[in-house]
Design a protein. Sequence first.
Length: 206
Amino acid sequence: MTGFLIAFEGGDASGKTTQARRISELIGAVFTREPGGTEVGESLRELLLSPEIPLAFRTEALLMAASRAQLVEEVIRPNLETGRHVVSDRFLASSIVYQGYATGLPVDEVRGLSIFATNGLLPDLTILIDLPVELSIRRRTDMPDRFESEAIEFHEKVREGYLSLAENSPERWAVIDGSGSLDEVSSLVDEAVVNHLGLSLNEPRS
Ligand code: TMP
């Protein structure tokens, strides 16, 4: 018996972290995030998000992949193998979309690098919390990180990239309109988890 891997994706300030944590608690999953989730991953996160540290695009892609490799090896795979579900706030689609579609590195090469990092592991379900870019920019409160500091065109490419990945694999993706109230978004996310994975949300597993 293996658990399910559920990834939450979306632009910055889409509300995906709130939803990822909520679903994780409901189904008794292990919650983690990218970049990060391990000791080395959290150190890489600081480097990766700091707008002050210069990073070549290929370095950025490699460090994202390195964080992912460690997370899969140390947290995700061992938990799935014992039957626990794992919910990750971002996973490999973030690299395909941010480093590939938006930054402009070859999308297939970025995908290949990520698949090398996960040793072939893919999410059972990716939930995209989709939001118009202007709305997500208005929602931001913190100091902008490396990616939030990018121009609006970058974020438009991120959004388009996600929507095209979702369109190509509807059986493994659910696209949720993130512009509604917290309750509205939550019930759409619940519905996606039940419909795609057949999980019951009333009986959390431990
Ligand atoms: P977040 O966890 O607050 O969403 O911030 C993580 C940022 O890192 C976000 O702007 C997207 C970016 N990112 C990538 O560019 N590539 C990746 O592979 C991942 C996991 C995140």
